[in-house]
Design a protein around this ligand. Sequence first.
Ligand SMILES: [Zn+2]
Length: 334
Amino acid sequence: MGYVRFLLSIAAVSVLNGCAGSNHLGSNNLRAGIDPNNASTVAKHSVADGMTSKNTPLATVRPVAKITSVSPADKLIALTFDDGPRPYVLFGRKAVHPAPGLVDILDQNGVKATFFVVGWRLTPKTWGEPKHEEDIGVSCLDAAEQLIRRGHELEDHTYSHLELRSAEKKNGEQWVMHDVDRGAQAIKAVTGTQPRYVRPPDWILTDDARRDLQKQGYRVLTISQENPIALRDVNSLDYLCAGKAVGCPKPSLPDAVLQQIEQRERKGTYTHILAFHELSTTAAIMPKLITELKARGYRFVTLTEYMKLVETKNEIPKQQAAVTKPTSVAALSR
Ligand SMILES: [Zn+2]
């Protein structure tokens, strides 16, 4: 894909997280995604004390979307994070490069988010990609359970995190269906609930696969400009701010995201799905971004609540909302 090759040309491979250029990376990185900020191995610490008891059935504590307002004046943000669970990002680090955890940041700001997780991480005794991710003594599976207990949502970012168009060419469409389903099963084993939303790695999917996933009941998230703007992911480009931050949007990531939101507001759109990744650099900018968006009158909702509210507001006819169009390279290259 030209866009990915362009990114690779301006950034070291290690700068790209798992959502970009996965078919160009080595097999481990293919599946894991990378946060090179944290490539060094440091002493373990545990946040086990902060973990909720495992005895509570997770299905009973999964948050139920609570619609408190259907005012047309609603200004909504659905914060989403791909490629995890990455425990050291979610719960922070105390060792060489201390950093607050993303989950605490969200809690402190009263924000519930939606995490598009990678299925292979939800297998027992998986701590992430050892070469690039700090082991803080919390498995990815424990981290996923903690996300649910703290009121966040998990949705499907496939099992393998392979770029699906290339994978389909190699393995056939059934393989793609199976990869998405396998990711969904891994999530359901944690939450007790079938995930409804799929965000393909790099937003790349063939028309046929997209249509068939929709037939299976999935809703496929996209950045294609052919889709209703309120349902179109806002690509934060946060993966360009990891590592050496070559290509990180100017003047800063939060400012660049706010500029994208302002552009959408000029088109009369005040509801936004923001696509970020589980990266330390992304966690670090969240307090500023959340504060700024709240000051502008936005409130934060999970993706489930977002979809209900946006459809309730009749911004998008339901029939249209259920149909997503294929992502084009042109859309990716914007
Ligand atoms: Zn990804």
